[in-house]
Design a protein around this ligand. Structure first.
Ligand code: CO
Length: 458
């Protein structure tokens, strides 16, 4: 019996614990050791890393990827892609999605894990086809959630459609850490009975279920689990790699992981973790168990966003009411899984409903677009009363939203002009226009300063 491991310390663990603020220079020295472990893959790119590199770390994300690839020659490199949203927050035209996938593979990515917040497969098709075309592994993740419309039968049908679409492997993505051991066992078993594709599990330790959930998932036949090196594990991050390698090894599973070398990796990251605790980037609170999330059914990240939003508005006294309002909004929107961007959408709307003193008096532009059908088809039925209130007699959109978008790559290239040196730069610009321009201008400014400095030195 084999169980493979995906190490998340370079992406999701860092994103969940320290808001993705780990610069490349900090982890470069450990990359070659990590390459010797025997992981199935290193999750190291995509998700929020791209945005953060440009916005806060003053790093070219593409350069980061090439640098990682230089040091990691044997282990697969993995990224997280939001389907038609690429790494941004809206839908992009197909030519932009294709180019992004092509260049991700060309710059060193092996596995592209692709998901859509609504599990609307029309938002995944282009990235899946393009990944396979360029020799990458297209791993399609279903956004896991529970609701009256998220039945085993519906999930199995979804999986069958994903397989038909040409995915290389599957993943159950439990972004909130709310999947219980029993739910995981039943779902993995049902998927395994209906699909031959390798199945990966992704969860977070937020609610404390994660180790049990993985164990039951593995017993039901899951092939690979996502874990984080122990000092960067737990809480809103993944469960610990060493712990699972130890326990599963004892139970007779072949994990293919070099256990003694794992300690070297943890010894390397420990002082970094301590540094982030000291500088306040790592709030010890996020490493604690939040079983409350099981009652609210709200992901930990969304909960902390809600709190900071209410604090800014000086409205923390409304917190309990907003918490109660959130599941109502979610139900009226047809039970979307709560993951970027739907988690923000539902949270902000719930807060608006309470703070305005009248439900749906202030409707955000995102919720309006969602109701129109621009994000795709919601899993359940959307409240007709709500549609009427917000959209009146406006006709709903039932097609694939990206079909309405004009090609964007050449247009972006023309717009940014000489400020983009490569096609990779053009994509950075298209996805984060202002952030990229600021990054570019500052980089040029620094170059000028360096030149001046060295002239003065002479
Ligand atoms: Co995650």
């Amino acid at each position: 019996m084999k169980v493979k491991f995906t190490e998340t310390v370079l992406r999701d663990a860092g994103q969940s614990l320290i808001a993705t603020r780990l610069p490349y220079s900090k982890f470069e020295p450990i990359l070659e050791t990590m390459d010797k472990i025997g992981y199935y893959s290193l999750e190291c790119w995509g998700g929020a890393t791209f945005d953060t590199c440009l916005r806060f770390l003053d790093e070219d994300p593409w350069q980061r990827l090439r640098d990682i690839r230089k040091h990691v020659k044997n282990t697969k490199l993995q990224m997280l892609l939001r389907g038609q949203n690429v790494l941004g927050y809206k839908h992009y035209p197909d030519d932009v999605v294709r180019k992004f996938v092509e260049l991700s593979v060309k710059n060193g990515i092996d596995v592209i894990r692709i998901f859509d917040a609504l599990n609307d497969l029309r938002n995944l098709e282009v990235s899946v086809t393009e990944t396979v075309k360029h020799g990458g592994i297209a791993q399609v993740a279903i956004s896991y959630t529970t609701s009256p419309v998220h039945t085993l039968e519906n999930y199995v049908q979804l999986i069958k459609n994903i397989e038909e679409m040409g995915a290389t492997s599957l993943c159950i993505k439990d972004m909130a850490g709310v999947m219980s051991p029993k739910e995981c066992y039943d779902l993995v078993k049902a998927i395994k009975e209906n699909s031959k594709l390798p199945l990966h599990l992704h969860t977070h330790s937020t609610t404390g279920l994660s180790f049990m959930t993985y164990l039951k998932g593995i017993e039901a036949g899951a092939d690979c689990i996502d874990t984080a090196v122990s000092c960067m594990s737990g809480g809103t991050s993944q469960p610990a790699t060493e712990t699972l390698v130890y326990a599963l090894g004892q139970m007779g599973y072949d994990t293919e992981v070099n256990y003694p070398v794992l300690k070297e990796i943890n010894d390397f990251f420990r002082p970094i973790q301590e540094e982030y605790v000291k500088n306040g980037m790592l709030d010890p609170k996020v490493m604690m168990t939040e079983a409350d999330a099981l009652n609210y059914q709200i992901p930990g990240g969304m909960l902390s966003n809600l709190i900071s939003q209410l604090k800014q508005l000086n409205a923390m006294d409304k917190f309990a009411e907003v918490l109660k309002e959130t599941p109502k909004v979610r139900e009226e929107l047809g039970y979307p899984p709560l993951v970027t961007p739907t988690s923000q959408m539902v949270g902000v709307q719930a807060a608006n409903n309470i703070l305005a003193g009248e439900r749906y008096k202030n409707v955000t532009k995102e919720v309006t677009a969602y109701l129109r059908g621009e994000y795709g088809t919601p899993p359940g039925k959307v409240s007709e009363e709500l549609i009427k209130k917000v959209l009146g007699e406006e006709k709903l959109y039932t097609g694939r939203f990206a079909d309405t978008l004009a090609p964007g790559f050449e247009k972006g290239k023309a717009e940014i002009g000489a400020k983009a040196k490569t096609d990779e730069d053009v994509l950075s610009y298209i996805i984060f226009p202002q952030v990229y321009e600021k990054f570019f201008d500052e980089r040029e400014e620094r170059k000028r300063k360096r030149v001046k400095y060295s002239i003065e030195q002479v």
